[in-house]
Design a protein around this ligand. Structure first.
Ligand code: HEM
Length: 401
């Protein structure tokens, strides 16, 4: 048999990477791709250990292959939390965590419910609709941009910029020219918005970040500057919108394919919806891999991964590792809880995890309440072709009698 090939820009990857993932874990747990020049770790234990070891597996060169190929100076100038190592990461995380405390997130529940029910009310009475284009696409960006303080008229535009930025043509590491333009437009938009909030603060996250101060430990106070806040806002747009969109789309497809699990959820939505969200994150994680840069040599499984290379920590492969999970290819919402690396792990673990879980729980609860019987037209499913993010662009849903 030919050696396994893992190409994160191929249609095999976009459509169904699970056979490739199994072969990676079994045959090449320290995989090296010569075409693109990256390494990949796919076993659960290896991925978790690498997340812990940020001194070997650094985020400072970016977290996707295209950024990791660009000039590290350029990456540093972006000043995004997800592309920082300690001590910069600690300072930034301490500042932005203040707007994501459990209390602050819990207080958002009425707004999140209002946004989700508002979108679903618009679909009431329809015999069919697109569960992504008409539901899970529009609501998360509305929520995160309301939180940030983005004016209502601009909110959906942010999602369209993001879609363009993340889209990859097969075999292409970087965005299309339209994607690059969208990235620049989004960056400029957020930078101007931050300056606007500085002049006219409101009751929103951007205004609170402008005011946030942190003691550096030497008595000096530190604040975020406009570039840092704008960078954080564009990161949140992507991290906070695209992923929840994919999770809820994946959920609809998974439940249509596993009617026994849907029935299991319907039998006790309140008691089982949180476990269902965890199982969707494990089975089809919206973020399939996290990029890192090797700062020093790392030897495992008899292979040495040298310093100075991009490394993909393949979450999507790790969460199906039978060395850790019992019967990993079975979708089972009553599975006992385990470490949920679908939301990352270690110092960069998802800052919006509580929010992501709350949005997903409310969305699934409302779907179950309004459409307990539905079917998905598999022939109409379309997948996104994106960097780091996986899921569906279209999920045609038919309401059953
Ligand atoms: C289902 C939804 C979500 C998934 C699957 C997800 C997944 C992840 C993952 C895997 C990471 C780790 C990245 C790395 O290690 O390089 C991460 C980090 C992050 N996520 Fe999420 N995320 C979700 C929703 C959200 C939401 C709703 C927000 C905020 C509104 C958010 C904000 C962030 C931020 C700011 C980071 C970077 C944290 C840091 O570098 O310290 N995410 N997320």
């Amino acid at each position: 048999m030919a050696p396994v090939e893992f190409d994160p820009f191929s249609s095999v990857f976009f459509d169904d990477p699970y056979d490739v993932y199994r072969r990676l874990r079994d045959e090449s747990p320290m995989y090296h791709n010569e075409t693109y020049g990256f390494w990949a770790l796919s076993r659960y234990d290896d991925v978790v250990a690498a997340h812990r070891d940020w001194e070997t597996f650094s985020s400072s060169h970016g977290v996707d292959l295209w950024t990791m190929k660009s000039d590290p100076e350029h990456v540093r100038n972006m000043r995004m939390i997800i592309m920082m190592d300690p001590p910069e990461h600690e300072r930034m995380r301490a500042l932005v965590s203040r707007v994501f405390t459990p209390r602050a997130v819990a207080a958002l529940e009425p707004m999140i419910t209002e946004v989700i029910t508002g979108v679903l009310d618009g679909l009431a009475g329809r015999p069919s609709f697109d569960a992504v284009a008409e539901f899970s696409g529009p609501f998360p960006v509305e929520i995160i941009s309301r939180m940030l303080g983005v004016p209502a008229a601009d909110r959906q535009q942010i999602r369209h910029w993001l879609d363009l930025q993340l889209h990859r043509e097969p075999g292409e590491l970087g965005p299309t020219p339209a994607g690059l333009q969208a990235g620049a437009d989004a960056g400029t938009y957020f930078y101007r918005l931050v300056q606007d909030k500085r002049r006219r603060p409101g009751d929103d996250m951007l205004s609170r970040l402008i005011g946030a101060e942190l003691d550096r430990g030497d008595g000096e106070m530190t604040r975020l500057d406009d570039v840092e806040i704008a960078g954080f806002a564009s990161l949140l747009g992507g991290a906070g919108a695209e992923t929840v969109t994919k999770l809820v789309g994946n959920a609809v497809v998974l439940f249509a394919r596993n009617p026994d699990q849907w029935q299991c959820l319907l039998d006790d939505v309140g008691g089982r919806v949180a476990g269902a969200v965890e199982e969707i994150l494990r089975y089809y994680p919206p973020s399939q891999y996290q990029g890192r840069w090797s700062l020093r040599d790392h030897t495992a499984h008899g292979v040495t991964l040298p310093a100075g290379y991009p490394v993909l920590l393949v979450t999507g492969a790790a969460t199906r590792d039978e060395r850790f999970f019992v019967d990993p290819d079975r979708f089972d919402i009553l599975r006992p809880p385990s470490l949920a690396i679908g939301l990352g792990y270690g110092i960069h673990s998802c800052l919006g995890a509580a929010l992501a879980r709350m949005e997903s729980r409310i969305a699934l609860t409302e779907l179950a309440r309004r459409w307990p019987r539905f079917e998905v037209d598999e022939s109409g499913l379309r997948r996104v072709h994106m960097s780091n993010v996986a899921g569906f662009a279209n999920v045609p849903l038919h309401v059953a009698a």
